[in-house]
Design a protein around this ligand. Sequence first.
Ligand SMILES: [Fe+2]
Length: 190
Amino acid sequence: MQKNTLQTAAKIAHRLGARDPYSEDHAQRVSWYARRLASRLHLPENEVEDIRMAGLLHDIGKIRFSSKVFRNVKEHPSKAILKQIKKHPEMGKTLLEGQGFPPKVIDYVYSHHERENGTGYPRGITGERIPLGAKIIGIADTFDALITDRPYQKRRSLQEAFLVLRKLSVSSFDPVLVETFITEITINGL
Ligand SMILES: [Fe+2]
């Protein structure tokens, strides 16, 4: 069952890749980093697997974006496009429901842009109310965005990326999770 679900997840993730290759590679890396942070936290194996799968699917809602959003990578997005982008966690949740995924996986996808101080979306929930798996994916997601080249932003060095994550842990991320993540990357590399 778990294996089949993971295969379904990979297939769905691949469909997004057909529209936007960067997104699929990014999803693979986020899944990899998130799984390693979950393991380092000694979470139970089934929880680690749920987080790994949710990492793979975290941006799947983007598959419903209009082509305009994918093309619009060089400039700062307009208000209308930003509004559409911010809907992707909800779109992901809707897309995954009823397909046999564990409810936790769907919840992590839905909540991966929530932030500790409530400035995230879609619900603006805070601290304890944000599921741990979603917090882990949020850190892995931000880290990968920092260390890869994007059309509008040059990649940062590892040390710079760690600095940004530490700064964000004052407001957006759980400091213990950030430090555990930095330890994992420092010891085992990317
Ligand atoms: Fe996202």
